[in-house]
Design a protein around this ligand. Structure first.
Ligand code: ZN
Ligand code: ZN
Length: 658
């Protein structure tokens, strides 16, 4: 008998092997490849392929290792994302999984009594609809759209309870596990030792053990980031995707560049179970899908306990003398501190200043590789003062003399979180705070302050315990936290994402501003939000002031339609990466000419990427715009496109197009 076997980390779909044993689809086997033994998954038996020199399967390792429904999903990924099955298995079965594991028995967690909140009218309605679909045992996708603070988690919990009561299992996808401790905590409180989390932060051995425990059905609820979508879960009956709009669901680095939200919907289809996508700011495509009836829309219109949404004020920085912290924001900060309440300040830029320039000759200190301005980082607990490239990680010592005109006059331009932190310290010291108190009052949360694992959690804990009054940070602070004492949220500069050359920059800005504004006033007290911007008239900023997603959606859709961007078309980004600039352009033009022969493609490029060079790699892209019904099969040749000395990335439905 012959069997088609897919092998992780190969650029192939299948290889055919012979066997005397009775193999079945989904079995895990060991097979020879060149002069090594490799793990592989049987995808097809009784293969009729006639190939010379066929080699035998070395060993059957485990029967029914991957269930058939999941194999269907893997195959779908390979077809849709135009990559070989070997690449899919590479992500689905990391090498550490395919080794021996040990079963450990954990003692049951002690019961604690928790108060289960009574659902609101809107929550009840959503729960009822989802449970109906569960009872019908049918695939259906719900978009649970609820304003910030409207209690989406409680809806997940109630439905999960129902599933577990009937002996089923639940999968919950979250954008980033360390940034969503609250959701995990809420599940853990309800379901205790029946909850498992699995993520790349675990030690290899622990991750492997949990993976097998999940596969063997030990847990009722599995919570994890995007890669969790690949794990076999017996008796899976529902999938939740929390914050479905979050770009952490997209695989950015490797082929296939999948989006776990979309895979969740496909897995729901193959497993014939309901899928619930939750968000306060759904991705435009998701809301569109709800509009055309592909998804069913469930709306949570009010915040829990009828708490009002915070009031949002926009400050036009063009009219302000002080451009980093305007007098109004400063006043609000002082008032909130005096009242003993808490503040979140958001600035999507770490370091002290994003550029170092010479006012005499205009020289800007740039990364020698990427040619973008180096960011000045002042001395910190972990590091001395230095300049760093946020693209490639290049670091250099601080310089004070202009390399071009030799004057000792280099100036910092712009502000990052460190500079704002210094300004806050200044405000506090003028309020007669003692120096020791000042450093305790302000917490900074950005990639620089959480280099060690556990540091982020520590910062959130400190803030939650009210041991600090100000939490200043990058977009890490926008995630789903619930700090009831936060009554002021300040957005230091709303324009950073808006200024990116991307058709999604408006959407991203609206999402970010609305999510962060939603952190304010989640307790009993009223919340306030201040947005500082140079573009107060821009619609993404205006509608985030009103926190009106439907209005933003209507406006954004007009633009998308006029420019024929998704959801009106489909995009494929083809990126060329390599050290040899000339060769890369030659290769890009070569592929462009091949693509030109294919009917029904609109081809943009080849163009320089927005970041043309990162470290030693040049980057060029071609953007394909196609009709939504375009047969992707026509592009199948890309799966095995020859690249030597350069890399080809194929990003289907890209979230970033620069
Ligand atoms: Zn660089
Ligand atoms: Zn100079």
């Amino acid at each position: 008998m012959k069997a088609d076997i897919a092998i992780p980390r190969t650029k192939l779909d299948f290889l055919t092997y012979s066997t005397d044993e009775k193999l079945g689809v989904g079995d895990l086997v060991l097979v020879p490849l060149k002069n090594k033994l490799k793990y592989g998954i049987v995808f097809k038996i009784n293969s009729k392929k006639n190939i010379k020199g066929i080699r035998p399967v070395t060993k059957l390792v485990e029967k029914n290792f991957i269930p058939i429904n999941l194999l269907r999903l893997y195959r779908w990924i390979a077809n849709y994302y135009l990559c070989p099955l070997g690449d899919v298995l590479n992500l689905a079965l990391p090498s550490q999984i395919l080794k021996k594991y040990e079963l450990k028995e954990k003692p049951p967690a002690p019961r604690i009594h928790i108060k289960v909140p009574r659902p609101t009218y809107f929550q009840k309605n959503a729960i009822k609809r989802i449970i109906e679909a569960l009872e019908q045992k049918k695939f259906k996708t719900f978009l649970l759209y609820g304003v910030t603070g409207s209690g989406k988690t409680e809806v997940y919990l109630r439905c999960a309870e129902e599933v577990i009561k009937k002996g089923g299992r639940v999968l919950v996808l979250v954008p980033e596990i360390s940034m969503t401790p609250l959701l995990y905590q809420r599940f853990y409180e309800r379901f205790r030792e029946n909850v498992a989390t699995i993520h790349s932060g675990l030690k290899h051995k622990d991750r492997r053990n949990i993976w097998y425990e999940i596969k063997n059905g030990k847990y009722k609820v599995v919570i994890g980031p995007r890669s969790t979508i690949f794990i076999p879960i017996p008796g899976l009956q529902i999938i939740f995707v929390d914050e479905e709009h979050d770009c952490a669901y997209k695989e950015h680095c490797r082929n296939p560049h999948y989006n776990a939200r979309d895979l969740a919907v496909m897995r729901g289809m193959f497993e014939n179970i309901p899928v619930v996508l939750g968000s306060a700011t759904p991705q435009i495509e998701s809301y569109y899908n709800a509009g055309i009836g592909k998804y069913q829309l469930l709306t949570l219109k009010q915040r829990i306990n009828d708490r009002p949404l915070p009031s949002v004020e926009i400050i036009d920085l063009k009219n302000e003398a002080k451009k980093f912290i305007s007098p109004k924001l400063k006043l609000k900060i002082e008032e909130t501190i005096k009242r003993g309440e808490q503040i979140i300040l958001f600035l999507n830029r770490r370091g002290f200043a994003p550029a170092l320039i010479c006012p005499y000759c205009g020289f800007v200190v740039k990364c020698p590789y990427c040619k973008i301005p180096l960011v000045y980082h002042r001395q910190d607990k972990a590091e001395p003062a230095h300049l760093s490239c946020h693209l490639c990680g290049y670091k250099s010592p601080l310089i004070s003399i202009c390399p071009k005109c030799a004057k000792r006059t280099l100036l910092y331009r712009g502000a990052g979180t460190q500079r704002i932190e210094d300004m806050l310290k200044n405000i506090l010291s003028k309020m007669k705070f003692e120096p020791a108190e000042i450093s305790k009052t302000i917490l900074r949360l950005d990639r620089d302050s959480i280099r060690k694992p556990g540091q982020a959690k520590e910062i959130f804990k400190t803030f939650d315990a009210k041991k600090a009054q100000i939490l200043l940070g990058t977009q890490l602070v926008t995630k789903g936290f619930d700090f009831p004492e936060v009554t002021l949220v300040g957005i230091v500069n709303a324009d950073i994402i808006l200024n990116l050359p991307d058709f999604r920059s408006g959407e991203r800005t609206f999402q970010l501003l609305t999510q962060i504004a939603g952190r304010s006033g989640r307790g009993k007290k009223l919340g306030e939000v201040i947005i500082q911007t140079f573009r107060p008239e821009q619609y993404a900023i205006l509608f985030s002031q009103l926190q009106d997603y439907p209005k933003f959606y209507t406006q954004e859709m007009k633009l998308r339609q006029a420019l024929n961007f998704p959801p009106f078309s489909k995009l494929i980004l083809i990126r060329f990466r390599g050290k040899d600039e000339q060769m890369l352009w030659k290769e890009a033009n070569k592929l462009f000419n091949i693509l030109k022969q294919i009917k029904g493609l609109k081809i943009l490029g080849p163009n320089r990427s927005f970041y043309y060079k990162i470290k030693k790699d040049y980057r060029i892209f071609i953007l394909l715009k196609l009709k939504k019904k375009f047969p992707l099969k026509k592009l199948n040749f890309l799966k095995s496109y020859r690249t030597r000395g350069w890399t080809l990335e194929i990003d289907i439905d890209p979230l970033e197009v620069f």
